[in-house]
Design a protein around this ligand. Structure first.
Ligand code: IPD
Ligand code: CA
Ligand code: CA
Length: 269
């Protein structure tokens, strides 16, 4: 069992407070005001309320830190180079359809490095967290990524393009290759949890294109601290702000997945 640091304690308690608001709203989804950010991209009053709770709660302990939230954007703090990166509700489309699979994601970035991350699933009461160099945990039990290396025994997770988001052409070649070589694919609709599930060894790999920093910042650290490798789909170093794709798997499986996608996309050209 791990003993949570003061920083992780602040982050997990904040995630739990926002989650209480989300769970209340989840029970009355039909009464929520929903607006459209883009084609098939929605934000609800639940997202906005949760982000306000998180921003105010974190400011109580660290008013000097900056804050970058999916819904309220960036606000620099007095301590330059230190900011929270927050997705108050990852899995909004699931949430609005009454699908109980979504999470609160809170990361802390210092001088360009993610140093702490929390991903909390309120419906399953699963608290994933990590601090840089300190390991990854689920409800205070240490996590390790899977050790499966034969592709045909692995499960891959992904995020699929949808109306108005993503490029279907390369994706169809990627998913075709993964279907032909693995034990199956999952698309559960919350990138932060997809990364946390790789850390927990539930998924053996996960890839997606077109994510934002707030979707992945916490989950990337949790996966890395559980022993997974995180890169872009070409195997290049991953940057939460700049990379256009993400691929994570255990250290032996990762190069096999990079080759699988490289060969699949080479057949397109
Ligand atoms: C979305 C989820 C989804 C991913 C989308 C994200 P949101 O986050 O993480 O799994 O495929 O690209 O936008 O919009 O529900 O916070
Ligand atoms: Ca998200
Ligand atoms: Ca969100």
């Amino acid at each position: 069992m791990s003993v949570r640091s003061p920083l992780i304690t602040i982050m997990t308690r904040t995630a739990e407070k926002a989650a209480r608001s989300l769970k209340r709203d989840f029970g009355e989804v039909e009464n929520l005001q929903v607006s459209r950010k883009g084609p098939s991209d929605f934000v609800s009053t639940a997202d906005l309320k949760a982000e306000k709770i998180i921003r105010e709660e974190l400011a109580k302990s660290h008013p000097e830190f900056g804050f970058h939230g999916e819904e309220s954007g960036a606000k620099e703090g007095e301590e330059k180079g230190t900011r929270w990166i927050v997705d108050p509700l990852d899995g909004t489309t699931n949430f609005l359809h009454g699908l109980p699979h979504f999470a609160v994601s809170i990361a802390l970035e210092k001088d360009g490095q993610i140093v702490a991350g929390v991903v909390y699933d309120p419906m399953k009461d699963e608290m994933f967290y990590a601090e840089k160099g300190e390991g990854a945990f689920l409800n205070d039990r240490r996590l390790r990524a899977s050790s499966r290396v034969r592709l045909d025994g692995t499960i891959a997770a992904t995020g699929t393009p949808f109306k108005g988001r993503g490029d279907r052409a390369p994706f169809l070649h990627e998913i075709n290759a993964v279907m032909a070589n693995t034990a199956g694919i999952r698309r559960w609709g919350a990138a932060a949890l997809d990364l946390a599930y790789v850390a927990a060894g539930r998924y053996d790999s996960y890839w997606e294109r077109g994510l934002s920093a707030w979707d992945v910042a916490a989950g990337v650290l949790i996966a890395q601290e559980a022993g997974a490798v995180v890169s872009d789909i070409n195997g290049k170093a991953f940057d939460v702000w700049k990379s256009e794709s993400i691929l994570t798997a255990n250290i032996d499986l990762q190069p096999r997945m990079v080759k699988l996608f490289k060969d699949a996309l080479a057949r397109v050209k």
